[in-house]
Design a protein around this ligand. Sequence first.
Ligand SMILES: [Zn+2]
Length: 326
Amino acid sequence: MFLSRREAHRSLRSATPLTRTIRFIAGLLLGLALTLALAGCADSRVAFSESTEVTTLRVVATFSVLGDLVQRVGGEKIDLRVLVGRGGDPHDFRPLPADQAAVAEADLVFAIGPGYEVWLDRLLASSGTTARTIHVSSGLDPLLTDSGDPDPHVWHDVGQAIHIVGSIRQALAAAHSADAAGFDERAARMIAELTTLDDWIVAQMASIPTDRRRLAVNHDSFGHLARRYGLEMVGAIVPALAGEAVAPSAETLAGLVDRARESGVVAIFAEKGTNSQLAAQLAHEAGVPLIDGLYSDTLGPAGGEAETYPGMIRANIGVLVAGLAP
Ligand SMILES: [Zn+2]
């Protein structure tokens, strides 16, 4: 059982010099073992490292996409723990005791906000944390879904991701002003990169004939992308505020088939790795191909094309342009 850094400090103060030395060496060995174990772990679901830098901010991000943005702004000055790692579904997440411990020890918690991490309020309360929680979607231009709720998938609009980077920079600098210059510099670099990416997407979309810029998808998570880059959202099987576990009624699916046929969509798009029989059925009945290469609520595997936020966005646009172009 690992002691937290604060527990370790407490127990060190109450021990004799000899046991202090033994515990210190044991702590170093444990730290080394933990570092080696984490180095071989592809998932980002890990505990805080036992950093000796006392001014390091302990930061939690709720899921992989937000975690990448936070890490890029924070650099080495933060100790980041991501709750829902690569491949996980933030809509349908059950926190474990280790997640509660991470939140309890955190200085800052970054989340998309209401409607997305529906499990977060309870986790914050049960952890007893004093961390400041930042909802990065607050202040963004809301996009209402068919049910009247704001669509939380704001990161698919790169312009909104640029605002999020600004919110992250501000929160990190407020929590640790000594590192503000570094946070500013990394955020500025990130914003320049994302501005170039945003321009590239606009140019890519311009290559698709107007009458083919229509989107029918499995999970309703690309409304923000459609709004910013001029695509018409025809429909989705799984609602924006639900995970893949939620299946639509037969009537809903039949209505979607009708809309897909009438609007003349040229493909049905689904998330990468989704083995959605309903999406396959929709594509079959609409008489168009099913393309399952999109990333919606998670980054791709480490080392792959969608390892980072910009990589994920570029991969999605590549899939959309290839699927929609004549
Ligand atoms: Zn989603």
